[in-house]
Write a protein that binds this ligand. Structure first.
Ligand code: HXC
Length: 256
């Protein structure tokens, strides 16, 4: 068994970190994450994805003990591979929910940022403590955090390295829901299951369009939107969704 695996049940794939005690993200895990993201994207029996680190901890970041001896030249290569792995997770063309328990620090927080939504335990603590190691976030944190919560709030977390508890994370928009610690996975699974029942291609289009739109100008984003919008008229889901609205009534229509 690897320290990170993809477990599938009921249309939901869970990418489960399992490297006690802190799920430190060593190079083997970083590389495997890229493979699992591709697998989750490819498999028809996976219609939504959960990122999960178990009941106690999401992930306390990159493996500092492994990273300590790396030099500049090595990190030039490694940091690109690291970002590619995290970007592969962010680009899974299906809804992705991060179920965050305990610490999500450094690369752990950055992994959660690769999800579409974050559900956190009431005992969760999130942060980007890299500055305390003389570093900055390296797995997308400077970019994805600023896009998610805005530049000044992101700079506060990145400049200070402070840990944010669940209620503050909710207020900042860093997480979307806070639930009792023993319910995090169950609630993430319920959320993912609902999304898994939606129209897969339309969900893919929605994700791609929102994410790509954040990286481009309005005109290009609108062009992307209308191309997908028109394209979805060629899908069975669209045909079924609209027919069932008209024939069965809004209350009973498919996908509602
Ligand atoms: C390697 C780690 C680790 C890490 C914890 N451990 N975090 N090992 N890399 N990131 C190890 C500890 O050395 C210790 O090992 C054991 O896990 C338990 O940790 P403790 O510190 O004893 O536990 P606790 O007092 O509960 O504190 C938990 C903690 C703290 C707050 C999470 O461990 C901590 O601050 N960790 C580092 C967090 C961090 O700086 N992350 C950013 C990493 S840089 P022993 O052998 O003593 O039992 C990064 C760059 C981005 O992520 C790149 C993306 C991948």
């Amino acid at each position: 068994m690897s320290s990170v695996n993809l477990e599938v049940s009921g249309g939901v794939g869970t990418i489960r970190l399992d490297r006690p005690p802190m799920n430190a993200l060593n190079i083997a895990i970083q590389d495997r994450l890229r493979e699992l993201a591709a697998e989750a994207g490819r498999r028809d029996d996976v219609r939504a994805v959960i990122l999960y680190g178990g009941e106690k901890v999401f992930a306390a970041g990159a493996d500092i003990k492994e990273m300590r001896d790396m030099d500049h030249a090595g990190m030039v290569v490694r940091s690109r591979e690291l970002q590619e792995s995290f970007t592969a997770v962010a680009r899974i063309p299906k809804p992705v929910v991060a179920a965050v328990t305990g610490y999500a620090l450094g690369g752990g927080c950055e992994l959660a940022l690769c999800a579409d939504f974050r559900i956190a335990a009431d005992n969760a603590k999130l942060g980007q403590p890299e500055i305390l190691l003389g570093l900055i976030p390296g797995a997308g944190g400077t970019q994805r955090l600023a896009r998610l919560i805005g530049p000044s709030k992101a700079k506060d977390l990145i400049f200070t390295g402070r840990q944010v508890k669940a209620p503050e994370a909710l207020a900042l928009g860093l997480v979307d829901r806070v639930v009792p610690a023993d319910e995090v996975y169950e609630q993430a699974h319920a959320w993912a299951t609902r999304l898994a029942q939606g129209p897969a291609l339309a969900l893919r289009a929605a994700k791609e369009t929102v994410d790509a739109g954040l990286e481009t100008d309005l005109e290009t984003g609108l062009a992307l939107e209308r191309n997908w919008f028109a394209g979805l008229f060629a899908t069975e889901d669209r045909e079924r969704g609209m027919r069932s609205f008209v024939e069965d009534g809004p209350g009973k229509a498919k996908f509602r």
